[in-house]
Design a protein around this ligand. Structure first.
Ligand code: PEP
Ligand code: MG
Length: 873
């Protein structure tokens, strides 16, 4: 018999994989003797078993749940469904990794028509009892049975209006009884059966709902964004209820041991008197700062602070805690390492090192590499800001500056973003369904909700600027309009947000790039001392290259030379080259391009100040360069002394049915060696000149793309060598150079031992390698990948996160085969995966020399490389 259920007394913090983060921490806190409402955890294995058995809970799991429940009844001295003193429980999800707001919670479970009477008697507070029951019916219907909340909200509003009540708290016990009758009628209508009066049935349905919620759409999106595997499953925590809504000596709150936005040391959080947990997190009422608790309930505050400090010391990290005070008695409902902004993460990690609580290695592991992106986010241009008009101010929920057009729904925000607009999402409050729209937005503004509301927590996680809880806004989401500070904004009007001050501005205020220093540099220095992988950048312009150097790039791993041809003064020349009818004509056109290419390369060499620069020769199919507009075609016809029809005909003949698998990469150089000759000349002359002018020890690295055969590489290499040697001779230079290739075709990986005989280095072009291995186009896969995530065929985008199982095998094989014939071969990666932390860890493991990624990802790569090295120790 398997063990599927653990009481809190049976677990500990080390059992996170089995009990989920919440369950493991509840167990740990129980062991520490803290005031925890007792309960039990149904394991993540029970969840995976549920899915493996066709979404069924086995009898064995069910029996263990009820056995644990009876133990809990004994401990609490209460009975499930009792007429005198019923046990009520909360049922909450808790996966290995925290997924805030992504899965479901059900409170007050166990209330029935009978139990509510017992509960009213026992508490002597019928109003409270009926309020709890109506909340439960609402939550159970919504979360477990998926009956839309709005039905219930409407009824509540109607009854409030009829009774002249402003707030829910103004309703009496009798009013609430009426609410309950109407709620149950809705349930019966929608479900075709009465609201369940057997608490056992309620419990099993709730457990199932939590298991199901592991696979809801927003959880799948969250997992994809956070690299959480789909097969982990979630645990379910069943915990005796304590009540924060029993009057003015009760309350509930969320607090952090350090400020999750800035990292500043000191308790930080908020609470609501006479409320249940969901009220704080959902942002329905705007809460009080936690420090107010000191005035309201000083004894509780003192105990709360003692425990908070104890928890932080115990976990040696900033804690995010939920607590409830029931009639003057404090309970902790959960603790976890708190989510934080990147800025706060750096501050906290550095402070913990200074406080002697963690080592620099641990500090490096504490920072989520991807989150460094946030530090590189924009702020407002100071001058532009001075002229800005403040129209309101609310909570600075997530730092950064944003300016964009107002949209009122997540779907419209997403659509506008896809059209290339900058978007500010304005909502009454956000909910997890809004996640993609939030992701698509530059900034988020909410009318309701505190610093721990959904909008705030999620925006901080994403590094998206967010201002929350702006109660001064009067909004009509349906009519797509809001008013603030005497201004009216419709969909498409511009506003600007400062997520660090909470200020809201009229219009489109210019933003500026972020700057980095202090803790960031300290962390990066630690990271650099641990990492084995070098970090290069993918850059094609001196400005990008200089930026990357600022972020710590140690070289250029990929310069895509085709990007240099699209500028207005160059594109006609490359078109002439393409349309040339003879070699002489083509060489003439190419010769005109040399000064441009050479100038570009010189700029790069200068920006890189002697660091290695890998220049990849022309790669895309030529049809990408040919004109499509009639004016351009006519222009070209004049230059080429052709008719427009002739030009059109040649352009048509260049059309590729499958451009990604077409006449591109080294194939171009096989057909037109003169292109490779031109590029070699430009590279060599640039290097020789910058070397002489600046004294840098430049060794150009020429990279031939899309090779699939040794002879193919050899053919192009011979052209390069011949030209390079000729240039050296002309210039009387002894400059060295390297010639290598990209491994981006499966055949190249399979024959890497042969290819390495001709290549001094390999750079894995995992964009193409992924495309060719999966057999779908990187340009078109977006159309259907959504269906693959939805149907759980893929968990993540293979173009963003390396498919280690398939594509990774090719990388590993090619690395080994390459080394077998050339032991000192230099190995890098320059596909998008070079900036993705989990892929970087893989690159470390297979022993690559470097990763290369976009400039803004360089710090992420430095940190991820260090984390990979530390983890492997
Ligand atoms: C690649 O294929 O991974 C690569 C870096 O080259 P490109 O994206 O330019 O095809
Ligand atoms: Mg490629």
């Amino acid at each position: 018999m398997g063990k599927w259920v653990y009481s809190f007394e049976e677990g500990n913090a080390g059992m996170r994989n089995l009990l989920g983060g919440k369950g493991a921490n509840l167990a740990e806190m129980t062991n520490l003797g803290l005031p925890i409402p007792q309960g039990f955890t149904v394991t993540t294995e029970a969840c995976t078993d549920y899915y493996a058995s066709g979404r069924q809970i086995s009898d064995e799991v069910r029996e263990q749940i009820f056995a644990a429940l009876s133990e809990l009844e004994k401990k609490q001295g209460k009975k499930f469904g009792d007429t005198e003193n019923p046990l009520l429980v909360s049922v909450r999800s808790g996966a290995r990794a925290s997924m805030p707001g992504m899965m479901d919670t059900i409170l007050n479970l166990g209330l029935t028509d009978v139990a509510v009477e017992g509960f009213a008697k026992k508490t002597g507070n019928p109003r409270f009892a009926y309020d709890s029951y109506r909340r439960f019916i609402q939550m159970f219907s919504d979360v477990v049975m998926e009956i839309p909340k709005s039905y219930f909200e409407r009824i509540l509003d109607e009854i409030k209006e009829a009774k002249g009540a402003k707030f829910d708290t103004d309703l009496t016990a009798e009013d609430l009884k009426q609410v309950i009758v109407r709620f149950k009628t809705v349930y019966a209508e929608k479900m075709g059966r009465a609201f369940p009066q057997d608490p056992g049935e309620q419990l099993m349905e709730a457990v199932k709902a939590v298991f199901r919620s592991w696979d809801n759409e927003r959880a799948i999106v969250y997992r994809r964004m956070n690299d959480i595997p789909g097969d982990w499953g979630t645990a379910v925590n069943v915990q005796a209820m304590v009540f924060g809504n029993m009057g003015n000596t009760s309350g509930t709150g969320v607090a952090f041991t350090r400020n999750p936005s800035t990292g500043e040391k000191g308790i930080y959080g908020e609470y609501l008197i006479n409320a249940q947990g969901e009220d704080v997190v959902a942002g329905i009422r705007t809460p009080q700062p936690i420090t107010r608790l000191e005035q309201d309930l000083p004894e509780c505050f003192k105990q709360f602070m003692e425990i908070a400090n104890k928890l932080e010391d115990h976990y040696r990290d900033m804690q995010d805690m939920e607590f409830t005070i029931e009639d003057g008695r404090l309970f902790f409902l959960q603790t976890r390492n708190g989510k934080r902004t990147a800025q706060a993460a750096l501050q906290i990690a550095c402070d913990l090192v200074d406080e002697g609580k963690i080592s620099p290695e641990e500090a490096v592991l504490r920072i989520e590499a991807k989150s460094l992106d946030q530090l590189l986010h924009p702020t407002f241009d100071a001058e532009a800001l001075k002229k800005g008009t403040v129209i309101g101010q609310a909570l600075p929920a997530s730092p950064g500056a944003a300016a964009g057009k107002v949209y009122f729904t997540a779907a419209e925000a997403k659509a506008a973003h896809e059209k290339g607009e900058r978007v500010v999402l304005v909502r009454l409050e956000t909910s997890p369904e809004d996640i993609e729209g939030m992701h698509a937005s530059e900034g988020i503004l909410t009318v309701r909700g505190g610093m721990t509301s959904h909008a705030a927590v999620v925006a901080r996680g994403m590094g998206t600027c967010c201002v929350s809880g702006c109660g001064d806004i009067s909004i009509n989401e349906e009519d797509k309009v809001f008013e603030l500070g005497g201004h009216t904004y419709h969909e498409g009007d511009y506003i600007s947000l400062d997520g660090s001050t909470g200020k809201i501005y009229d219009g489109d205020i210019q933003t500026r790039e972020a700057s980095i220093s202090g803790n960031f540099d300290r962390m990066m220095k630690w990271a650099d001392s641990f990492r084995k992988l070098q970090v290069r950048t993918n850059a094609d312009t001196p400005a990008d290259a200089a930026n990357a150097v600022k972020y710590g790039a140690e070289g250029i791993g990929l310069c895509r030379t085709e990007h240099m041809f699209f500028e207005e003064d160059r594109i006609p020349k490359i078109r002439q080259m393409i349309l040339s009818r003879t070699l002489q004509e083509r060489e003439k056109a190419l010769n005109e391009l040399i000064p441009y290419q050479k100038g570009d390369f010189k700029g790069l060499y200068e920006a890189m100040e002697g660091r290695p620069v890998t220049i990849r020769f022309l790669d895309p199919p030529l049809h990408e360069f040919v004109p499509t507009e009639q004016d351009d075609i006519d222009d070209l016809a004049v230059k080429m002394m052709m008719t427009a029809e002739e030009v059109q005909e040649i352009c048509d003949s260049l059309h590729e049915f499958n451009p990604m698998m077409g006449h591109r990469g080294c194939r171009l150089a096989v057909t037109y060696p003169e292109i490779a000759r031109m590029q070699t000349r430009a590279v060599m002359e640039a290097a020789i000149e910058v070397r002489a002018e600046k004294g840098y020890d430049i060794v150009p690295e020429i990279m031939i793309p899309l090779v699939g055969d040794r002879k193919e590489l050899k053919f192009v290499k011979d052209v390069v060598v011949e030209t390079a040697e000729a240039v050296k001779k002309e210039k009387n230079s002894d400059i060295q150079y390297h010639i290598g290739t990209m491994i981006e075709i499966p055949r190249a990986a399979l024959l890497a031992n042969e290819i390495a005989e001709e290549a001094e280095f390999f750079s894995f072009g995992t964009n193409d390698l992924t495309q060719m291995t999966f057999g779908f186009s990187r340009d078109d896969a977006g159309k259907f990948l959504g269906d693959y995530y939805k149907n759980k065929i893929y968990e993540s985008d293979p173009f963003a996160r390396l498919d280690q199982k398939g594509v990774g095998q090719l990388v590993q094989m090619a690395a080994e085969k390459g080394r077998s014939t050339r032991p000192d071969i230099k190995l890098g990666i320059c596909g998008e995966h070079g900036g993705d932390p989990s892929s970087i860890e893989f690159c470390h493991k297979v022993g690559l020399t470097y990763v290369s990624c976009s400039p803004y990802r360089v710090p992420i790569a430095r940190l991820a490389a260090a984390q990979a090295a530390i983890k492997q120790k």
